[in-house]
Design a protein around this ligand. Structure first.
Ligand SMILES: Nc1ncnc2c1ncn2[C@@H]1O[C@H](COP(=O)(O)OP(=O)(O)OP(=O)(O)O)[C@@H](O)[C@H]1O
Length: 302
């Protein structure tokens, strides 16, 4: 079990992590979801003993990362946001290096990385600096796993990686979870939230919700509308000025709209848009996804 109790960390006047308390069970695939600057990296760096909290305690499988940092570093496989690889070393040399640092050998834990490593093994003599984003990511994951960690800590592992490699990466994480490794991952991509057992929605150093993704979505009870308009910016401004508007935001190529009244129909919204001389395709009630929930939870929160 991993437990954060009232964790605070500031950098001068920035509250990077602001009173975070939560518990992650052993064997979970747990995600921290939040935009840049939410505090995810700072939280991860305290968990793996690279930063000391200003206040609060962390319990990592019974260890205190401040007092027992040497033991903590042995049981964590950390993949930082910026790639951790040595670019002048080849694939094979990078892996060898990480195995040696942790006092193990590639052979000893090869079974753990086999599925991932065999995809890059044909290029094992190539320097890490000459690999594609997806290949670097697979190598970094292999390096983080080579000492058979109890916790795999992955800080934005899919940022800057193409869509196919992102999907493959999450499939690899599911397989590692089946092997009993606890996985804590951060991501700014809301669509990846649905692939975690539970997620924490984080912004401005605070956790706004912790639950399985399906539960977060099911708690969203307000009617939500999608509006396809010709001019998103003009329509956004007009809707924001409408007295009944609870919230409106761009969502892909459409707008998502919430009304202060509970029983408003799409026709009423269409009538308002027409009265403002705005051209639209249609207004439809839709089911929210995790991104809508994130926006709703953090709406009006400083
Ligand atoms: N060493 C530091 N010195 C000063 N400010 C910092 C430092 N590290 C982080 N911060 C600030 O703390 C806040 C949280 O940053 P953090 O890196 O933890 O967020 P994040 O969610 O990981 O986002 P990102 O993807 O941008 O790293 C940001 O405002 C950041 O500028």
């Amino acid at each position: 079990m991993i437990e954060f109790k009232n964790i605070h960390k500031s950098f001068e006047d920035v509250h990077a992590v602001d009173d975070v308390s939560l518990r992650i069970e052993e064997g979970e695939l747990f995600g921290f979801i939040g935009p840049d600057g939410a505090g995810k990296t700072t939280l991860f760096r305290m968990l793996n003993s690279l930063l000391i909290p200003d206040e609060g305690q962390i319990n990592l499988f019974g260890l205190d990362p401040v007092k027992e940092y040497k033991k903590v570093r042995q049981i964590i496989g950390y993949m930082p946001g910026k790639f951790s690889l040595y670019y002048d070393l080849s694939i094979e040399e990078n892996l060898q290096f990480f195995a040696t640092v942790f006092g193990t050998t590639i052979e000893e834990n090869y079974h753990l990385i086999e599925d991932i490593y065999k995809q890059i093994e044909p290029f094992k003599k190539r320097p890490a600096g000459k690999l594609s984003g997806g290949m670097k990511q697979k190598l970094a994951l292999s390096c983080a796993l080579i000492h058979k960690p109890r916790l795999l800590l992955l800080d934005e592992p899919t940022t800057g990686v193409d869509a196919v490699s992102r999907r493959e990466f999450w499939e690899m994480l599911q397989k590692l979870k089946e092997k009993g490794i606890t996985i804590v991952v951060s991501t700014p991509y809301m669509d990846e939230a649905g692939l975690c057992d539970r997620v924490a929605l984080m912004q401005n150093g605070k956790i706004h919700a912790v639950a399985p993704p399906s539960e977060i979505v099911s708690q969203f009870s307000d009617p939500l509308y999608t509006i396809k308009v010709k001019n998103n910016y003009k329509s956004l401004q007009a809707l924001r000025q409408w007295e009944f508007c609870e919230n409106v935001y761009p969502f892909g190529e459409t707008l998502h709209y919430l009304d202060k009244r509970n029983n408003v129909s799409a026709d009423v919204i269409e009538a308002y848009l027409s009265s403002q001389q705005l051209t639209f395709d249609k207004v439809e009630m839709i089911q929210p996804d995790i991104e809508d929930c994130f926006i709703a939870l953090t709406h009006n929160v400083g």
